[in-house]
Design a binder for this molecule. Structure first.
Ligand code: ADP
Ligand code: MG
Length: 314
């Protein structure tokens, strides 16, 4: 099978139906029409074997995650997912692998109503890249730069599960299925992203660990924050799997791969937002005028937390 047969067989079916697709897969470019008055939100992410997923990850889960990470970026801006392109680098054409990959990818694409409109297919070490395109009214985008002094800082869901799963696997242990699922099938918080548009001043999605990602928001907004570490939301599986508080905090703050949203917004809007999006939101701290990140324990005493999150180049 050459790459044209491969596209036809595995990927043509993922293209159907996204509104505004004037021309999809098959020409030199796709032609896309956002709704009147909206602008495009565009983000690209690559998954590299061994770096973004463990070598034993199933092809279906790789397919899911390839798109999930980009959808999480769209969610963080408040954009509606519309289209994506897919750049595939494959070692060889393995029909079983491609079948499962396309299934996982198709599952998440369908769930969020995003259509495949093009891509590129080459041979080489396994690498998956998706460029996602969303749309939204220009003035509705929630940027990193909008946090205001006094805003509540909150996060969706729970933190640290994927990091614990990875750490357990690196130690030769089998993580609980619910932890492994957080690593392999992250849930992009698209509904929360849409719901927070009119409520949040600033947002970021948590891919590299809260400690590092929150710093991006604070730097862009020219503010600081106080975070109460005992408020960091933990799943039951994390509490059971990481019984040492300091170690647990490390997974929650520096582990990465959470794909939850971190929002800055007036505290009195939190309940309404939670009711709309149907997802647990936890207030973990407050935006302050004094720059920098200030971590405190339950008694209000200052804690020192190492600065860095996950970085590819150090
Ligand atoms: P070109 O050489 O003009 O860039 P290609 O021959 O690479 O185009 O691709 C032919 C068509 O198939 C294009 O519309 C391209 O967007 C699409 N395509 C290629 N690879 C993929 C893929 N992995 N998934 C979806 N569409 C793809
Ligand atoms: Mg061309």
């Amino acid at each position: 099978m050459d790459e044209f047969g491969l596209i036809e067989r595995y990927f043509q079916g993922l293209s159907s139906g996204a509104p505004g697709t004037l021309l999809g897969i098959g020409d030199d470019c796709a032609l896309l029409q956002p709704p009147p008055g909206e602008v495009l939100a565009v983000s690209t992410d690559s998954l590299v074997a061994g770096r973004h997923f463990p070598p034993d990850t199933s092809a279906a889960d790789i397919g899911w995650k390839t798109l999930a990470v980009g959808l999480s970026d769209l969610a963080a801006m408040g954009a509606t997912p519309r289209w994506f392109t897919l750049a595939l680098t494959l070692e060889a054409v393995d029909p079983d692998w491609l079948d499962a990959f396309a299934r996982g990818l198709g599952e998440i694409a369908q769930r969020f109503g995003i259509g495949l409109v093009g891509g590129d297919t080459t041979r080489g070490p396994l690498n998956l890249n998706a460029t996602v395109i969303g749309s939204l009214p220009a003035d509705a985008a929630v940027r990193r730069s909008g946090a205001r002094v006094g805003d509540a800082i909150c996060v969706s869901g729970t933190l640290g599960d994927a990091a614990l799963a990875l750490a357990q696997m690196q130690a030769g242990l089998a993580p609980l299925p619910e932890l492994r699922r957080r690593l392999d099938r992250p849930e992009p918080r698209v509904e929360l992203g849409l719901a927070m548009r009119s409520m949040a001043h600033a947002a970021i999605d948590l891919s590299d660990g809260l400690a590092g990602d929150l710093r991006h928001v604070l730097a862009a907004s020219g503010v600081g924050a106080t975070i109460e570490v005992q408020r960091l939301p933990a799943s039951v599986a994390l509490l059971r799997g990481a019984t040492q508080p300091l170690q647990r905090m490390d997974y929650q703050l520096r582990g990465g791969d959470d794909y939850e949203l971190c929002l800055c917004l007036p505290g009195d809007r939190l309940q309404a937002l939670q009711a709309v999006c149907g997802l647990p939101l936890t207030r973990i701290g407050t935006v302050t005028a004094e720059p920098g990140l200030h971590w405190v324990d339950a008694a209000g005493a200052t804690l020192s937390i190492p600065e860095h999150a996950y970085r590819h180049f150090e």
